[in-house]
Design a protein around this ligand. Structure first.
Ligand code: FES
Length: 126
């Protein structure tokens, strides 16, 4: 099952965290887009699983606010080591979301806190 568009279907609120998906749905070296229902409405996010660590950011480029993916669930460059914006090819480090090349160099993707527990990925809520 793809992750994009899961809002209202596979997200389970549990206290101060929200289940996003199973870890098996985000294999090592891959990225996924996910839509999350929040108190403020619908929000598009991206998940990246790299070096046994899951990172999450809002799916919004700091250059123009455009979505980052070129095709659904494709957020990484061809080498798979950087997040790449589809619109003007800005490149962001996976580990901290800092743009290292492109029109928004030095700017940062908006990070989200996630936790992996019992093979499930959770968004930690404020
Ligand atoms: S919109 Fe992302 S680099 Fe311009």
């Amino acid at each position: 099952m793809g992750l994009t568009g899961l809002h209202g279907i596979d997200q389970i609120m549990s206290g101060s965290k929200q289940r996003l998906c199973s870890l098996v749905d985000l294999p090592e070296g891959t990225s996924r887009g996910i839509s999350v229902d929040t108190d403020c409405g619908h929000e598009d996010q991206l998940l990246v699983h790299k070096h046994s660590c899951v990172r999450a950011y809002r799916n919004s480029c700091p250059h123009t606010g455009a979505p980052l993916d070129w095709v659904p669930d494709q957020f990484l460059n061809l080498a798979g080591d950087l997040i790449q914006c589809a619109t003007h090819d800005a490149l962001f480090r996976i580990e901290d979301g800092i743009c290292i090349a492109g029109p928004c160099a030095g700017k940062v993707l908006s990070p989200l806190s996630v936790e992996v527990s019992d093979e499930q990925i959770f968004l930690l809520l404020d």
